[in-house]
Design a protein around this ligand. Structure first.
Ligand code: 5GP
Length: 189
């Protein structure tokens, strides 16, 4: 199978380290391109529209749902929508690259359902929920309330880990990156 129309998804509970592993893969595998999601949450100070997310208003997002523009979308957190645009995957395929998606567990399962033969799903498992809570706390981006929401969601998401093609426990970051790279290289031509 050629690399045409392949999709790679890194998924995990928030704080499991998937964004750092995603960054490592993008730096080491030039065939991959980050799939920029659409989202309705506020941009963080260091984030840029079109690079980290396409930051959309809720109205714009809902209109795009109705027009069938998403491969998948989720209300990941209360009132906050996130989704993968079909046009984003097409943009990357047209560039002869393979999209790398950093999305939540339900979104990953939805994409896999639609493209079962060409999608690789990798689940990053935190060493423990306690460790995950510590990581989120030290990241400093959460309020007490949003931290608790993310921790609750993480426990739920961990129960889906057997639904993915591969699972990597992120107890040692360098080893987790190397394992992810090996899995992706095997999947790519
Ligand atoms: P954050 O707000 O921390 O950037 O992301 C919150 C969560 O939303 C993360 O788990 C992230 O992977 C997930 N996410 C980002 N983009 C998408 C997307 O397009 N679809 C889905 N289903 N989840 C996404």
């Amino acid at each position: 199978m050629s690399n045409q129309n392949k999709i790679i998804i890194i998924t995990a509970p928030s704080g499991a380290g998937k964004t750092s592993i995603t960054r490592y893969l993008l730096n080491n595998l030039p065939n991959l391109a980050f799939s920029v999601s659409a989202a309705t949450r506020e941009a963080r100070s260091y984030e840029q529209h079109g690079r980290d997310y396409y930051f959309l208003t809720p109205e714009d997002f809902k209109q795009r749902i109705q027009q069938g523009e998403f491969v998948e979308w989720e209300m990941v957190y209360e009132g906050k929508f996130y989704g993968t645009l079909k046009s984003e995957l097409q943009r990357i395929w047209d560039n002869n690259q393979v999209p790398l998606l950093d999305i939540d567990v339900k979104g990953a399962l939805h994409v896999k359902e639609q493209y079962p033969d060409t999608t690789l799903t990798i689940f990053i498992e935190p060493p423990s929920v306690e460790e995950l809570k510590n990581r989120l706390q030290s990241r400093g981006t959460e309020t007490a309330e949003s931290l608790q929401t993310r921790v609750n969601k993480a426990s739920f998401e961990l129960s889906f880990k057997d639904s993915f093609d591969e699972c990597i426990v992120n107890d040692d970051f360098d080893k987790a990156c190397q394992k992810a790279e090996q899995i992706v290289r095997n999947f790519l031509q």
